[in-house]
Design a protein around this ligand. Structure first.
Ligand SMILES: [Zn+2]
Length: 195
């Protein structure tokens, strides 16, 4: 997880928030919002910001992301609240699918708070929290699911002290934009380079 800067909301979202104020159920309003393509526009806007990665696990969305309500759609306000919308992957063992309609006050919305001090990434694919709440977030969001651990370890295991001991190699890998798990890559490289 890393912090994202939220762009200005699209007009479609502003209009929907006004139109559905206190009318039909949030679920119904959200379905209607999908029918004319507005929801797709909002999702695409967020996918650009998130570089086509899930906001929570940083795995590729694989063209299958969905808009996740960080806080569940209990009323029209949170349903169309720009600050409450993120794009998540669609797996059931992690992220939006895992947290489903739950919400906990200690969770970190990556558009609101910077989570960079909360998680330590290992080359074996595992994430460790630096606080009790961070460990609860890892559990609640399934960030150490076997699927994610395996994929992370496959992509991170080449980052070793030995491999990066050559300063040119290290410099090269420090300056890459990683298409997947960018926070994990950067953190491990920074650690090896002593930053
Ligand atoms: Zn995810």
């Amino acid at each position: 997880m890393h912090k994202f800067e939220r762009p200005e909301p699209l007009d479609e979202l502003i209009k929907a928030k006004k139109a559905y104020k206190g009318t039909i159920s949030p679920e119904e309003a959200w379905n209607n919002f999908g029918k004319d393509g507005s929801r797709t526009k909002v999702r695409k806007q967020l996918e650009v910001v998130q570089n086509d990665l899930c906001a929570y696990c940083e795995n590729s969305l694989e063209n299958d992301g969905h808009i996740d309500h960080f806080k569940p759609k209990v009323d029209w306000k949170v349903t169309f609240e720009w600050d409450n919308l993120v794009v998540s992957c669609t797996h059931n063992d992690s992220c939006g699918g895992k947290k489903s309609k739950h919400y906990e006050s200690y969770w970190i919305n990556p558009y609101e708070e910077d989570p960079k001090e909360l998680f330590i990434f290992r080359t074996n694919g595992k994430i460790k929290g630096t606080t009790t709440d961070a460990n609860k977030i890892i559990e609640d969001f399934g960030l150490n699911s076997p699927r994610l651990r395996k994929k992370r370890s496959e992509l991170l295991s080449f980052l070793t002290d030995e491999f990066l001991s050559d300063s040119d190699t290290l410099e090269y890998y420090k300056n890459i934009d990683y298409p997947m798990f960018p926070t994990a890559h950067k953190q491990i490289i920074d650690k090896i380079s002593g930053e």
